[in-house]
Design a protein around this ligand. Structure first.
Ligand SMILES: [Mn+2]
Length: 454
């Protein structure tokens, strides 16, 4: 058992060595290193520095060699930074558990996505990794972002409160260490989120030079719309997402289907960065949490979510103000569109399916656009005993965007069958064809799913 003094010195060395490697070691062979632990001998003369290294085997070998070469430099830097009688000799050791954890996580992700493809309804039996198992990947992301390489953040097209809030929060946090990081999005920020700080950082203009891309809240590249190609251009891709259909694809994937919002994951990353959660960051993260949980009413509203929301309110987020901005801001066109959706509401499967459609004519008469459809699907939930809600929104007479909600069946699996995706209780897809056919096909798929449930 190490003494308390050994542990204290070990912890101090861990912090300082991480910082020295990040800021003072300029060896081009050095990859992404995370100092996982420093063990100090009883006489404080020797220290074993355990390191996790990201990447291929060759990256790991080169990095370990570079660390060996840097030993003298690290010790002399330490001598200037820490007040110890003598600086312990250092041995860098590869922490295989770190690589093992990464491997296991990717296996689990693969398993989950295979389950998703099989269309298996997942509910209470879903294998969910406890938050502790993500600590390593969170630390790796923090390490990478603290290295201050030119970075861009990418969020999904048709951005929602979680995408915009997560993107801006991370950009604001990175600004604290002097980095300006734009939030790239194929579409503009909807008006209801204009109250968030620095929304002009959300842009579709891609900077000439960047090295790292952080993808947030997008289930796959297609979700990035016209900016999908950016992922290929980055030398390192970090993917942070909570969609069950996400199959990974970044160099570092932090995929947590148990997280109610990407904002919750970004909150953990920002905390690991050592950034201060100020009022602006708290507002952005709270907005993400609130919008992805239907203002803390959907089934994904866990204790974790409420605890995080409480912390964010303590840090300055204003729940009433945010709810007012996001929810009570529909214009007359959106209100008319809601009316048209409710007026044509119909049911199927003995009332268990509630559906409505917005035709091109509905949009024209209401003077509304696609953006005005947000929230309409939630109105369909008002109908008692409806297990599944479906909204058909015209892209054209022969192409329909379909939103699905359910507390009874796995709508992500249904959406996937039509080439879409999403979460178990909330998903979407777009289906070509005339409305009667599209509606019949989708409702049949839901009825089949309901039958299988019986
Ligand atoms: Mn989300």
């Amino acid at each position: 058992m190490p003494t308390r003094r050994q542990m204290r010195v070990g912890h101090l060395l861990q912090q300082e060595i991480s910082d020295i490697i990040r800021t003072a070691v300029r060896d081009p062979d050095l990859g992404f290193v995370t100092i996982t632990e420093v063990e100090v001998s009883g006489d404080l003369a020797r220290a074993r520095v355990h390191v996790g290294v990201m990447g291929e085997d060759s990256d790991v070998r080169n990095t370990m060699k570079a660390l060996g070469r840097a030993r003298g430099l690290v010790r002399s830097e330490l001598a200037q930074r820490v007040h110890l009688k003598r600086i312990p000799s250092l041995v860098f050791e590869l922490d295989e558990t770190a690589r093992e954890a990464q491997r296991i996580e990717s296996l689990i992700n693969q398993f989950e996505s295979e389950q998703a493809q099989l269309g298996r309804p997942s509910g209470e039996n879903d294998q969910q990794l406890p938050a502790a198992d993500y600590q390593l990947v969170i630390a790796q992301i923090a390490e990478l972002l603290n290295a201050r390489r030119p970075t861009v953040i990418l969020i999904h097209h048709h951005p929602d409160g979680d995408a915009v809030g997560s993107g801006l929060a991370l950009s604001l946090a990175l600004e604290q260490s002097g980095q300006f990081v734009p939030v790239l999005c194929a579409d503009p920020v909807p008006a209801r989120y204009h109250f968030l700080p620095e929304t002009d950082r959300v842009t579709s203009v891609v900077p000439d030079d960047f090295d790292v891309a952080v993808v947030l809240d997008a289930g796959d590249c297609q979700q990035l719309g016209e900016l999908a190609g950016i992922v290929e251009q980055a030398s390192v891709v970090v993917w942070i997402d909570h969609h069950r259909t996400n199959q990974g694809g970044g160099d570092v994937d932090y995929l947590d289907t148990g997280a109610a919002a990407t904002a919750l994951q970004v909150y953990r990353v920002i905390s690991a960065l050592g950034a201060q959660i100020d009022e602006r960051i708290a507002t952005c993260l709270y907005c993400g949490l609130a919008t992805d949980t239907g203002f803390f009413t959907y089934e994904n509203t866990s204790a974790d979510v409420l605890i995080a929301a409480g912390e964010l309110v303590q840090a300055g987020a204003d729940p009433w103000g945010i709810a007012t901005e996001v929810q009570n801001r529909i214009g007359p066109a959106a209100a008319r569109l809601r009316g048209r959706a409710l007026a044509c509401l119909a049911t199927a499967a003995n009332g268990r399916i509630v559906h409505a459609a917005l035709t091109p004519r509905d949009f024209t008469v209401a003077g509304a656009s696609q953006e005005d459809t947000e929230g309409i699907i939630d109105l369909l939930k008002l109908v008692a005993d409806s297990g599944v809600q479906v909204l058909f929104k015209a892209i054209s007479h022969n192409h329909w965007r379909v939103s699905l909600r359910s507390s009874a069946v796995d709508v992500a699996a249904i959406a996937e069958a039509f080439g879409g995706g999403g979460h178990v209780p909330a998903a979407g897809c777009s289906v070509p064809g005339a409305l009667p056919e599209v509606r019949a096909k989708v409702i049949q798929a839901i009825e089949d799913a309901l039958d299988r449930k019986r």
